[in-house]
Write a protein that binds this ligand. Structure first.
Ligand code: HEC
Ligand code: HEC
Ligand code: HEC
Ligand code: HEC
Ligand code: HEC
Ligand code: HEC
Ligand code: HEC
Ligand code: HEC
Ligand code: HEC
Ligand code: HEC
Length: 320
């Protein structure tokens, strides 16, 4: 029996005394240290054999019910037994729908089960394929090929299945999770002007789909401007007198996550305007006599205040 166990674990175990320890419940350490290849070999083989437990969750819970973490599954979305699509529905594979077939996990061998999370041995892509077997529609439909897929984020980097409340359902907690990796955005939302993300009024997922989208920067809307219009509808226009860059791309003047300038502008005035209108007014009296106007707080905007477009019959120069 000792020999068989050793073969299963594929490790050179020094003595049978050690295997006894394994058999009495400290087995986890054995596969924690197991080389990834070996682990993958065992779980792949287990899948091929498809040796699911006939007793479903009841069987698993004989050994796992003392863990509060495991039992918390039943307080969350995946623990419901009613809905047919729920893994815990009597017709479904229950625990094994996610953790894979039991095989000999419950016997002396203690074959490993599939485990999840950033530190799990199972590569993110394989973990995610388990979740995607039920969640490939809707918001998750563009996961394949998205940046987070390519960067090998496991679903459980952001989601908790054994929990009453999945953390992604809380806007502030979800945003904090995003910021743990996105340091540049963390800095930006603390700048002089920013969208009210710090206060929790907006979250990253008001604009982005973290599961990927067919649009640039995983935006939920088709373009940057469509994103802005979804909340700033008054700037959608059309205006009698358009200001070309506004209709084209709001981010040519604004940094949406925050900026050291007022109104999340990319640079301060008049530099902002001059970055495109370099030679304007230079030879005219308004420029020569107007240093104050140009140097003052709102400079160009003192006269051209309808910077987003104008509906005034004589608003061609965005002055009214
Ligand atoms: C005979 C007892 C027994 C049965 C039955 C059993 N397990 Fe385990 N399981 C263990 C032991 C012991 C461990 C290793 C120590 C631990 O993590 O609690 C373990 C570990 C696990 C782990 C890995 C935990 C980790 O953090 O690495 C998962 C997942 C798991 N079992 C799921 C299941 C599922 C699903 C079932 C039912 C199909 C099941 N177990 C049935 C005893 C059992
Ligand atoms: C919907 C998929 C899913 C189902 C169903 C599921 N699990 Fe899990 N399980 C996970 C994920 C994902 C984790 C990693 C932790 C987390 O996300 O909460 C996990 C973690 C675990 C762990 C390790 C917990 C620890 O202490 O860190 C054990 C043991 C476990 N599950 C056993 C079970 C048992 C027993 C059942 C059935 C009652 C079950 N799981 C049903 C997905 C699932
Ligand atoms: C057997 C099918 C199945 C599998 C496998 C599965 N889920 Fe689910 N999941 C569901 C169902 C059913 C719901 C509830 C949907 C609803 O209420 O609309 C759900 C809900 C969710 C929700 C919403 C949670 C909430 O509180 O509303 C998240 C997040 C989620 N699943 C993530 C995952 C992750 C991550 C995995 C892989 C570890 C996974 N699911 C595996 C069927 C599954
Ligand atoms: C980078 C973090 C992140 C990753 C990775 C991630 N999610 Fe999500 N997920 C979220 C957030 C945040 C929400 C809440 C979205 C909202 O508030 O609109 C969510 C919502 C969900 C929901 C419930 C709402 C819905 O869209 O129906 C499901 C189901 C879900 N995710 C499944 C998955 C699956 C499956 C994976 C892996 C393929 C995954 N998620 C990977 C952050 C993530
Ligand atoms: C009000 C909408 C909005 C909110 C809220 C928002 N973003 Fe964005 N984000 C955008 C737009 C629009 C772009 C694309 C234009 C750009 O890069 O400025 C973008 C781009 C990005 C990029 C790609 C940047 C690059 O340089 O390629 C990352 C990463 C990002 N956002 C992360 C986040 C994170 C993390 C949060 C939450 C703290 C967040 N965003 C909140 C609208 C938003
Ligand atoms: C575990 C780290 C991690 C977490 C957590 C995370 N991301 Fe990312 N994200 C990345 C990496 C890595 C990239 C690719 C490099 C980059 O653009 O910074 C990326 C890229 C992005 C991009 C740019 C996509 C593009 O096409 O340019 C956006 C937008 C984004 N993430 C949004 C989010 C949001 C929203 C959340 C929270 C729901 C989140 N991320 C959570 C690691 C993470
Ligand atoms: C999900 C809704 C939402 C989206 C999408 C959105 N905004 Fe906002 N925006 C807000 C809210 C809320 C405020 C704060 C309004 C207030 O405080 O009165 C705001 C404020 C602003 C401000 C004023 C900030 C200040 O300091 O005065 C600017 C500029 C701005 N948004 C530009 C944009 C641009 C550009 C986009 C697209 C890239 C965009 N917004 C997309 C909701 C949104
Ligand atoms: C040519 C540069 C430029 C472009 C492009 C631009 N803005 Fe602005 N935006 C400004 C300036 C300058 C201010 C400050 C106005 C002020 O202080 O009166 C401003 C202020 C704002 C404000 C806050 C004050 C207000 O007027 O409500 C919002 C919201 C805003 N812009 C949204 C947008 C959106 C949405 C787009 C794209 C449709 C856009 N901006 C494109 C230059 C621009
Ligand atoms: C990203 C480049 C860009 C920025 C930044 C920019 N503009 Fe423009 N602006 C344009 C373009 C392109 C036109 C259209 C020029 C044309 O039709 O000849 C235009 C047109 C104008 C016009 C109307 C001129 C005419 O002859 O119809 C005024 C006035 C104007 N801009 C003022 C401003 C002010 C004030 C700012 C700073 C708040 C600014 N612009 C920032 C690109 C820019
Ligand atoms: C004191 C008021 C005033 C200020 C300040 C002002 N303008 Fe003008 N601007 C005008 C008037 C009046 C015209 C039309 C007459 C002309 O061409 O001189 C004009 C015309 C323009 C035109 C269209 C004509 C052309 O030459 O292409 C642009 C573009 C323009 N201004 C941009 C700017 C920019 C950028 C600034 C800031 C650096 C600015 N203006 C500051 C009053 C002003």
């Amino acid at each position: 029996m000792c020999e068989q166990l050793m073969r299963r674990l594929g490790r050179v175990l020094s003595s049978c005394a050690w295997t006894l320890v394994l058999a009495t419940g400290l087995a986890q350490a054995a596969w924690d240290d197991m080389p990834e290849e070996e682990y993958l070999e065992i779980v792949t083989e287990k899948f091929k054999e498809g040796n699911y437990s006939p007793k479903g969750a009841d069987n698993c819970l004989m050994c796992h019910r003392r863990s509060a973490k495991v039992m918390a599954l039943f307080d969350g979305a995946h623990g419901r037994t009613g809905p047919e699509a729920s893994p815990m529905h009597p017709e479904q594979l229950q625990c094994e729908a996610c953790h894979g077939p039991q095989g000999n996990h419950n016997r002396g061998g203690r074959e490993p089960m599939l485990t999840f999370g950033p530190d799990a041995k199972l590569p993110a892509e394989a973990q995610n394929s388990v979740c995607l077997s039920c969640h490939k529609q809707g918001d998750q439909s563009a996961w394949h090929g998205s940046i987070h897929d390519i960067e090998a984020l496991p679903c459980s980097q952001c989601h908790e299945v054994h929990a009453a409340h999945d953390p992604s359902r809380d806007r502030e907690a979800a945003t904090e999770n995003c910021l743990s990796c996105h340091q540049e955005q963390r800095a930006q939302i603390h700048m002089r002007s920013s969208h009210p993300i710090r206060t929790g009024q907006l979250g990253c997922t008001d604009c982005h789909n973290p599961h990927g989208s067919l649009n640039e920067a995983m935006l939920s809307q088709h373009s940057v401007n469509d994103n802005c219009y979804s909340c700033h509808a008054d700037l959608r226009g059309p205006f009698v007198w358009e200001h070309a860059p506004v209709a084209e791309d709001c981010s040519s003047c604004h940094n949406v996550h925050g900026s050291i300038n007022e109104a999340m502008l990319n640079s301060r005035q008049p530099l902002l305007c001059q970055s495109c209108h370099a030679s304007v007014h230079t030879g005219t009296p308004v420029y020569q006599s107007g240093q104050d106007a140009f140097g003052g707080g709102r400079s160009c905007l003192n006269c051209h205040n309808m910077v987003h477009g104008s509906n005034h019959p004589s608003g061609k120069l965005l002055q009214r």
